[in-house]
Design a protein around this ligand. Structure first.
Ligand code: SIN
Length: 195
């Protein structure tokens, strides 16, 4: 099951009168900036945790076999690191299409790693959206990711690109890195079983 959130996001008028808007990315938007931007700055937002709890029917999986991608879960006191992009409002057509499988634009305060903050937007797929898969153990999530593929490529590439991008930012995300480690263990296990 999936939901197309394009129409709901187009009605989000919060920044309509702004010539430029800050967008916070915490998943593929960190490592795949396939849109024009004026500026890019490492940043963080508060009270959310990144989790591989969202189903992907359109990028890293299919409607019959969804992959697992990240969303943000409310978590008072938590800090989620990512990348902020200064964009012009026209770019939202592309972003709404890219994030259409359950993600809604939310207004948030973005804190830049080199100081200062700004109001901006972040795409979040809430627990109530039809593609939400919810929690599972890190081993189950790794196994799910190992077997999923969709129009944007292997689900495992989404995980490794995200983990690499977080390392490049000097950020530690225990959830993402633990799933990456479980996937590596599974790969080692299947290589030794073939010997
Ligand atoms: C994001 O990256 O900010 C949203 C989730 C995704 O597209 O992977």
């Amino acid at each position: 099951m999936s939901t197309n959130t394009i129409a709901i996001n187009q009605r989000m008028s919060r920044f309509d009168d702004h010539a430029q808007v800050w967008l916070f990315g915490y998943g593929s938007l960190i490592y795949k900036a396939d849109f024009p931007y004026l500026e890019r700055r490492p940043a963080r937002i508060r009270d959310w945790s990144r989790r591989f709890w969202q189903g992907s029917h359109d990028h890293r999986g299919t409607p019959d076999a969804p992959g697992r991608v990240v969303t943000l879960i409310p978590d008072p006191g938590a800090v989620c690191a990512g990348m902020a992009y200064l964009i012009t409002p026209e770019v939202f057509d592309h972003l709404d299409h890219r994030e259409k499988n359950g993600y809604l634009r939310h207004a948030t305060t973005i804190e830049f790693s080199d100081g200062g903050s700004a109001e901006g937007l972040v795409y979040i797929a809430a627990g109530t959206n039809a593609a939400f898969l919810g929690p599972a153990s890190e081993a189950e999530i790794a196994s799910h990711i190992a077997n999923a593929v969709g129009p944007s490529g292997l689900n495992r590439d989404y995980l490794t690109h995200l983990a690499d991008a977080l390392r490049a930012l000097g950020e530690h995300d225990a959830h993402v890195f633990a799933i990456e480690e479980r996937l590596r263990e599974m790969d080692r296990g299947s290589r030794s079983a073939r010997r």
